[in-house]
Design a protein around this ligand. Structure first.
Ligand SMILES: C[S@@+](CC[C@H](N)C(=O)[O-])C[C@H]1O[C@@H](n2cnc3c(N)ncnc32)[C@H](O)[C@@H]1O
Length: 168
């Protein structure tokens, strides 16, 4: 029985670590996944990252046009779900770990849906690692420091959450 408690504790701990690090697991609404993908303008052969990929929904949707997509997730439950699903989705890869340690220098597109409190750290990473021309697509909260890089804001109706697309 002790082993079960330890496993449950470790799973919960991974959720807490993710929440404190950048955001809790709140999936992008199903109907908004398509809006994210459209805004990202993904082309065949592109390398796509979802930093904090949850159940991998953006990763799997990204591969449809022939792109390679990588998701990195720290919360064990959605990670396991996404990992198993990735075996059946060509072009997708799901990694366990802290996305701040993920090299994204080859990224053509990066998705994030994170809390604003993590932006100063993620911005530092983007400024160091993203190549010119890379696109960053963000759900909900804009990067205020990147106003000059904003190419599109998508919010078709009052009830919709905004999505921001940037080019580095
Ligand atoms: C708001 S959810 C977004 C999930 C997914 N990108 C989507 O759009 O459906 C943020 C995710 O980031 C994960 N996360 C937070 N900090 C992380 C970190 N440092 N490394 C990896 N994943 C992290 C959380 O566990 C959570 O699943």
């Amino acid at each position: 029985m002790t082993i079960v408690y330890i496993i449950v504790f470790l799973i919960l701990l991974s959720a807490v670590v993710g929440s404190l690090s950048a955001a809790p697991w709140v999936p992008t609404k199903g109907k908004d996944v398509g809006r994210m993908i459209d805004l990202a303008n993904i082309k065949s052969g592109d390398k796509v990252y979802d930093l904090g990929c949850g159940d991998g929904r953006l990763v799997f949707a990204s591969t449809k046009g022939g792109a390679k997509a990588v998701g990195v997730e720290i919360f064990v439950l959605p990670y396991l779900y996404a990992k198993i699903r990735s075996f059946f989705v060509p072009g997708s890869k799901i990694k366990y770990g802290n996305f701040f340690r993920q090299d994204i220098t080859d990224a053509d597109v990066v998705f994030i849906f994170l809390m604003e409190k993590s932006y100063h750290k993620i911005l530092d990473k983007f400024n160091k690692e993203l190549k010119p021309g890379a696109r960053v697509v963000i759900y909900c909260w804009p990067i205020k420091e990147w106003e000059d890089k904003l190419i599109e804001k998508n919010k078709p109706r009052e009830v919709d959450l905004p999505i921001y697309s940037y080019v580095v």
